[in-house]
Design a protein around this ligand. Structure first.
Ligand code: HEC
Length: 137
């Protein structure tokens, strides 16, 4: 009888250790950032849903500009109108904001669709357009 109960104690202790390890592993998995094994621009990155589509808050226009648009729009790559370049933006702004939104979302000549920000929602791309236009008037 004594032997059986000490076996039981050992068994319970072992089960507890296994459970604790499993929980630690689960927690590590859950807090790992989704980008850890998937770089922006890779095909797998497109599978990460936009924050706005998850019901989270949309990122600001400034954040999107900095992350995706500034690559071309800060230096004027391939003829991109530079951020804060009033003369470059004036003829574009006269086309109307809706045209600029459409061109930013669908692409326009060398301007790629969504400025290559594949995880951006349309709302976020529009916010980035607003940010650039407001900074370039
Ligand atoms: C790969 C470079 C590149 C990136 C990245 C890029 N753009 Fe552009 N963008 C361009 C070029 C080039 C033009 C000029 C196209 C033309 O007028 O022929 C342009 C033009 C535009 C225009 C003016 C369109 C018009 O009708 O005159 C808007 C608005 C715009 N971009 C928004 C954005 C936004 C918002 C982002 C980020 C989400 C972005 N762009 C990222 C290259 C880029």
């Amino acid at each position: 009888m004594k032997l059986i109960s000490s076996c039981m104690v050992a068994l319970v202790a072992a089960a507890g250790a296994v459970l604790a390890q499993t929980l630690d592993e689960q927690i590590a998995e859950r807090i790992a950032p989704p980008s850890e094994s998937c770089m922006a621009g890779e095909a797998c990155a497109a599978a990460v849903p936009a924050a706005a589509q998850l019901g989270g808050a949309a990122r600001s226009g400034k954040a999107i500009y900095t992350k995706s648009c500034s690559v071309c729009h800060s230096a004027g790559v391939a003829g991109a109108p530079k951020y804060t370049d009033v003369a470059a933006w004036a003829p574009r702004i006269t086309k109307g904001i809706d045209t600029l939104y459409t061109h930013a979302i669908n692409g326009f000549n060398a301007m790629p669709a969504k400025g290559l920000c594949m995880d951006c929602s349309e709302t976020e791309v529009k916010a980035a357009v607003d940010y650039m236009v407001e900074g370039s008037e």
